[in-house]
Design a protein around this ligand. Structure first.
Ligand SMILES: [Zn+2]
Length: 246
């Protein structure tokens, strides 16, 4: 993270995370973060909170700060709030791991973005709403065009389906759990409506996940673990992984 100087607000927030988790925050640079276009990622480590930054993805200072706050908060919910992490059985392949990780991310991100919003950071970056607008347009062209669009982010069809579903769940989570500006909420609502109407095959899975989340309080570690396990079972992804606590 050479060349960046964090604002006082972010420095204060990272210090709070460091103090409350007893872990130092470390930064690494890597350009391949799995799903294409990803700018930052959190990696579990028992000793540190590791944040990986993609140096090839250039964004505004505000968006970089928000991303860093977001990724550090993934560490915070594991080390401080008792949320679960995936411990894979031996010899599970990378594709399987990425599928499982995406299920974790779609649930955790609802929690993480809410925590950063409570700490004065925007719940989403500047690229989010333009992307959602683009996704509304694509959805109106039907399921096949939608699949082609999401295929750009991953070559793996299974991961692509999960990615589509996760886009719905994240959007639905904003409407369900966040205070948003009316104009922002309207855009997100247009997307969830279009998703339901134009991606019926994917929506039936998304609706099931919505139902699982609704029955729990995913902002609490225990409930979040149970919700993730149920979703993994629903997708038949639970065989090669244990959900453990730090
Ligand atoms: Zn995240």
């Amino acid at each position: 993270m050479s060349g960046y100087k964090f604002s006082q607000k972010l420095t204060k927030y990272l210090n709070k995370i460091k103090n409350e988790t007893g872990r130092k925050i470390k930064f690494l640079e890597r350009s391949d973060l799995g799903i294409k276009g990803t700018t930052a990622a959190y990696r579990y480590n028992p000793q540190y909170i590791l944040i990986i930054i993609n140096p090839e993805n250039h964004r505004s200072k505000g968006d970089i700060e928000r991303s860093v706050a977001h990724e550090a908060t993934h560490g915070y919910i594991l080390h401080k709030l008792g949320f679960c992490l995936a411990e894979f059985h031996e010899n599970m392949d990378d594709k399987y791991k990425m599928d499982v990780q995406l299920v974790f991310t779609m649930i955790e991100d609802i929690v993480v973005n809410k925590i950063i919003q409570n700490n004065g950071f925007p719940p989403f970056g500047h690229e989010y709403l333009p992307m959602v607008n683009k996704e509304i347009e694509i959805a109106h062209e039907g399921e096949e065009k939608g699949e082609i669009f999401y295929h750009k982010f991953t070559d793996d069809p299974h991961l692509e389906a999960l990615l589509m579903i996760s886009r719905y769940i994240i959007a639905w989570g904003f409407l369900r759990y966040y205070k948003l500006q009316l104009s922002d909420a309207e855009i997100i609502n247009k997307f969830t409506s279009a998703f339901k109407r134009f991606y019926p095959d994917y929506y039936q899975f998304a609706a099931k996940i919505e139902e699982i989340i609704e029955k729990k309080d995913i902002f609490k570690g225990n409930d979040e673990c149970k919700a993730i396990l149920e979703i993994l079972q629903f997708f038949k992804l639970s065989e090669g992984v244990e959900l453990v606590r730090d």
